[in-house]
Design a protein. Structure first.
Lengths: 224, 314, 494
């Protein structure tokens, strides 16, 4: 029961819930700059949670993961996106979903779905963080939902990166992190992906003079 | 018998302090905006003046129009009686149920909306329709937040909820955090504060609450105004006493009651400052953005509920 | 171990060197040289494994057994032959003005980078590193898909990036769950993601967690395999990228993704069989379902294609579906067939794409309607395309026929009623390919169509190998297939 846990373990759970909230905020938010800010907050929350889990479990390499997360997800990628958005001149645009309320409701449904899927897994674990497995899975699926509900490239990228946050969070929650070699590899992949996404913004804009990915519809299996 | 007396005193205090709380919020706002603040007793003077004035009724006003101020005042008074103000475990605790509370508010709002349409002016109908739109969105959010509370404390009785939370001591509960945020948003919407509605404006494009009571005068208007101030205080007390219950009196001893009164007073003062700061930094939002605001409240409440189920049970 | 390290290091170093000095005129030659050296070391590695058995030890970071050793050699071979094709092809593209030297540098560096990720994915023993390598493969190829910078190619690359990125993310979630299950069984956390260690303890892994993990891994790596309905990126990426890229994507990437899937299936099967509470066939049944769906849908889509590269990429989906079905079916016969099919499909499909690349240069279009009379214009290309397509459609005596025959017999044995959709699907796919192929290779030669400088030796080499595998499988290869079948199903064929 919650009230028997020490305060920092309660804090882990509270922070997990806040990470989930940032996912919802990302779904609801439509201003490009705000989206990027919320994403940075999410990265920070994930990193702080990781540090608390590291303190809780005594696994010191998790501190390193936390620092890496702050550097990558809370600072570098938001900074990169911010700069790109400025350079592309779209920092005042609205990149929202078409039916935000519907999307939020679907999101709530996804959380419930994750709860049911994760339940048998959670029963096998004795650690404090076991309950956050469902949350991390929800963050993954909400990131996916954001990807499919947005038509603008920047919002899609943030959705993708938020999905990555969920994956990292899942690794922290379920198993107190992956082996260091894998963590480093994943971080490297994310870094390269972020840079390539940046390159793509310019390619897309050069080819369709907009970042509305819905306009990329030349290749499909429809009869011309 | 003593307990009943205490309950009655608390209710009288509650009702008497409501205009003061509104005045305090207004005063802090004035300070923040570099304006000269009206006296803290100004709302009382306004009410006295309105009670003394003659009631003017439109020719086509029905009995509903005339009865509404009393119904609103009565329902709000009962709601105030339900909320533990200074001490818990009063005899009124038997009916101190959050769903009853929501019911009283709904009753008052229903009649207010009816009265708004009763006279047949354009503004009244417009205000009623806006009020109902907002409440249709706000009520599910409020109930969801209330259910979260109820699940945490295993009860919908406010007195029991507060008792339970006091007994647990300081526990960081994600569910309560989100329920609090949601309830704050709902409270802002329901009491017609910025950024949903502006209590200080009669601008036809934006007013909601004021549009419905435009046709009232004299003691009718005084009752409705007083009820609105009371409603704001009820939300304030709900928020401070449920989410920060420390200091509330659990026994009827004079010492505990004195401490509890002081603590509640300070908590309300702080809440008033926060409300004023919020109203100063935020601009009133367009009516079409209000649903998004309330959907946010609903989402917050939902996350609260889910995080209770997912994170706190088991 | 030296051979192993060289197999990995050569493409990695080549990628870095080509990235830094790629503007040099000798870049294409260096690319060929590097792939050739990579092929030589992979053969060396195969010889070592042939003599000494599995490499990598109990809990090493690398693990070479009979299941991946031939895939490593195959990857190096296809990488090498495709680089030989790509040299004249990319020179032609440069002459046509579609590419500049900067893009060519990117192309060469990414090509080697891609080969490195493929070899890393195949050789590693760590399932986490396997994931990193698979994601790396996406990153290495995504800029190649948009190499021409046309709106279509940018769209294809974006779709490829997003769809594969999300898919592979789900695979990471599956990997995390796998690690979660393993952490309960294997005390040393550093070893808990090593495949060889996991395989030993697979019976102790929690069946419920493994089942959920497998579903995530199936969807994740299945996206890369090109299984319907996660296949949408595949035809686009294949058709819009440069043709050598299509050849290695079809011939290598899909194979390696399927390889990853089969590796985790082995673990899941072990856990479910021991657990007893779920259907022990869950993993196999899921793979059969996805495989059959992909096979059928892709076969039907073949009929409505207008772009020659899209046509053959749907054919790739169809064959990947068939292999997924084979591994899902289980049993030594089907698995043997699946392994053989992986090899021959890889060889045949890359050969076809090479021929297709030359054909589209001859006709100056990728549209099927624009490609006519290839045999009249340039018999080598026309015949190459014809023979390649005949082989992929399952004509005897090519290797594809053999593997499909094995698979059909296995299906007949265990699920007789499934042979009907399989045979129908093969017929539909056959018709879909040939109705388009016939006018392209025979047809009237349009005015002014001239031959181009083409390097058909890779095609000849691949087709000879496929023919050889169809007529007689060399003993060492059959032994490897057999040992791999033992590894995957627990029973051997021979």
């Amino acid at each position: 029961m919650l009230e028997q846990l020490p305060l920092y373990q309660q804090a882990i759970l509270t922070l997990a819930a806040m990470v989930l909230f940032t996912s919802f905020a990302l779904l609801a938010q439509s201003r490009v700059v705000s989206i990027i800010h919320i994403f940075a907050w999410q990265g920070l929350l994930v990193a702080v949670t990781t540090a608390l889990v590291a303190y809780d479990s005594g696994k010191h390499d998790l501190y390193l993961s936390a620092i890496m997360t702050i550097a990558l997800k809370a600072l570098f990628i938001p900074w990169l996106l911010h700069r790109l958005v400025k350079r592309l001149g779209i920092d005042r645009e609205e990149h929202g979903a078409e039916h935000p309320a519907t999307v939020l409701m679907i999101g709530a449904g996804l959380v419930i779905f994750c709860y049911y899927v994760a339940q048998p897994i959670e029963q096998l674990s004795a650690s404090v963080t076991r309950n956050t497995i469902a949350i991390s899975m929800a963050v993954v699926l909400l990131g996916m939902l954001m990807l499919v509900s947005r038509s603008k490239a920047v919002a899609q990228v943030v959705g993708f990166m938020s999905l990555e946050n969920g994956l990292f969070f899942a690794a922290v929650a379920a198993t107190h992190g992956m082996p260091m070699a894998v963590e480093l590899g994943v971080a490297f992949d994310v870094l390269v992906a972020a840079v390539i996404f940046g390159v793509f913004f310019f390619h897309i804009r050069d080819s369709i003079e907009s970042l509305d990915v819905d306009q990329l519809n030349r290749l499909s299996e429809q009869d011309e | 018998m003593n307990d009943w007396l205490l309950a009655l005193i608390e209710l009288i205090l509650f009702v008497a302090l409501a205009p003061l709380f509104s005045a305090w919020v207004k005063r802090v706002k004035c300070w923040l905006q570099n304006r000269r603040a009206p006296a803290l007793l100004q709302p009382y003077r306004d009410l006295r003046r309105l009670f003394a004035k003659q009631v003017l009724l439109s020719h086509n006003a029905s009995p509903v129009f005339r009865a509404t101020p009393y119904i609103i005042a009565g329902a709000t008074l009962l709601a105030a009686a339900v909320v533990p103000f200074i001490s818990v475990n009063l005899p009124t605790a038997a009916i101190a149920d959050v769903i009853v509370l929501a019911g009283f508010f709904a009753l008052a709002r229903f009649f207010l909306a009816l009265a708004g349409m009763d006279v047949g002016t354009a503004f009244g109908g417009m205000g009623s329709s806006r009020e109902m739109t907002i409440s249709a969105l706000a009520e599910p959010a409020m109930l969801m937040a209330v259910f979260t509370l109820a699940m945490v404390a295993h009860s919908t009785n406010l007195s029991t909820v507060i008792d339970q939370l006091l007994a647990q001591g300081l526990v960081l509960r994600p569910s309560l955090l989100f329920a609090l945020l949601s309830l704050v948003l709902v409270g802002i919407a329901e009491t017609g504060r910025i950024p949903i509605d502006n209590p200080a404006t009669h601008l036809e494009l934006t007013m909601i609450h004021e549009a419905m009571i435009l046709e009232y005068s004299g003691r009718h208007l005084a009752l409705i105004e007083w009820a609105a101030q009371l409603k704001l205080l009820i939300y304030g007390v709900l928020i401070v006493n449920i989410f920060f219950p420390w200091g509330i009196a659990t026994s009827g001893s004079p010492g505990a009651l004195a401490i509890a009164s002081g603590v509640v007073f300070v908590k309300l003062l702080v809440l008033g400052v926060l409300l004023a700061v919020g109203e100063t930094v935020l601009a009133k939002m367009r009516l079409f953005r209000v649903p998004a605001f309330l959907v946010l409240a609903l989402t917050l409440a939902l996350i609260g509920l889910l995080s209770h189920i997912i994170l706190e049970v088991g | 171990m030296t051979a192993l390290y060289l197999t990995l290091l050569i493409p990695l170093l080549a990628s870095i060197l080509l990235g830094v000095f790629g503007n040099h005129r000798g870049a294409a030659a260096f690319n060929m040289l590097a792939t050739l050296a990579g092929f030589a070391t992979s053969v060396w590695l195969a010889l070592i494994v042939l003599q000494q058995g599995p490499l990598g030890g109990e809990a090493g970071q690398f693990h070479i057994d009979s299941f991946n050793v031939y895939l490593i050699a195959l990857t190096a071979l296809v990488g090498a032959t495709t680089s030989f094709f790509s040299t004249p092809y990319m020179a032609q593209e440069e002459a046509n003005g579609r590419l500049g030297p900067g893009r060519l540098r990117l192309y060469h560096a990414s090509y080697q980078g891609f080969l490195f990720t493929m070899q890393l994915a195949l050789t590693t023993n760590n399932l986490g590193v396997l994931w990193v390598a698979m994601e790396g493969a996406t990153l290495a190829t995504v800029l190649l898909v948009s190499l021409y910078r046309t709106p279509e190619s940018v769209e294809a690359a974006w779709k490829y990036f997003i769809v594969c990125g999300v898919g592979i993310a789900l695979a990471l979630f599956g990997t995390v769950l796998l690690y979660f299950a393993a952490a309960h069984v294997i005390p040393d956390a550093e070893h808990a993601l090593l495949w060889s260690v996991l395989a030993e303890h697979s019976a102790q892994l929690q069946p419920v967690v493994m089942a959920i993990a497998f579903v995530f891994l199936l969807v994740g790596y299945g996206t890369k395999v090109g299984l319907v309905p996660m296949h949408t990126w595949l035809p686009d990426a294949h058709s819009e990228g440069p043709t050598p890229m299509s050849a290695v994507l079809s011939g290598l990437l899909l194979n390696v993704a399927l390889y990853a899937l089969v590796r985790v299936k082995i673990l899941t099967d072990g856990a479910l069989a021991a657990g007893g509470m779920h259907s022990p066939q869950l993993a196999g049944n899921l793979m059969m379902g996805f495989g059959l769906l992909s096979f059928t849908v892709a076969g039907l889509f073949l009929h409505r294609q207008r772009d020659i590269k899209r046509l053959f990429s749907y054919s790739s989906i169809e064959h990947m579906g068939l292999m997924t079905f084979a591994f899902g079916l289980g049993g030594p016969l089907a698995t043997f067939g699946g392994l053989l099919h992986m090899t021959v499909h890889s060889l045949t499909k890359s050969a076809i794409f090479i021929a297709v690349g030359h054909a589209s240069h001859i006709a100056r279009t990728q549209s099927i309607e624009g490609i006519r009379g290839l045999i009249q214009t340039q018999p080598a290309v026309g015949w190459g395309l014809l023979i390649g397509t005949a082989a992929i459609a399952g004509f005897p005596p090519f290797g594809v026929f053999t593997s499909e025959f094995l698979l059909l017999s296995a299906t007949m044995k265990s699920h007789p009623w499934l042979t009907v959709p399989l045979l129908t699907g093969l017929g539909v796919a056959f018709a879909g390919l040939f109705r388009h192929l016939h006018p392209m290779v025979y047809g009237e030669r349009p005015e002014g169509q001239v031959a181009v400088s083409a390097n058909m030796w890779p095609v000849v080499l691949h087709m000879v190998l496929v023919l050889w595998l169809g007529l007689a499988i060399p003993t060492f290869l059959a032994d490897w297939f057999n040992q791999a079948a033992v590894l995957i199903t627990g029973k051997g064929l021979l």
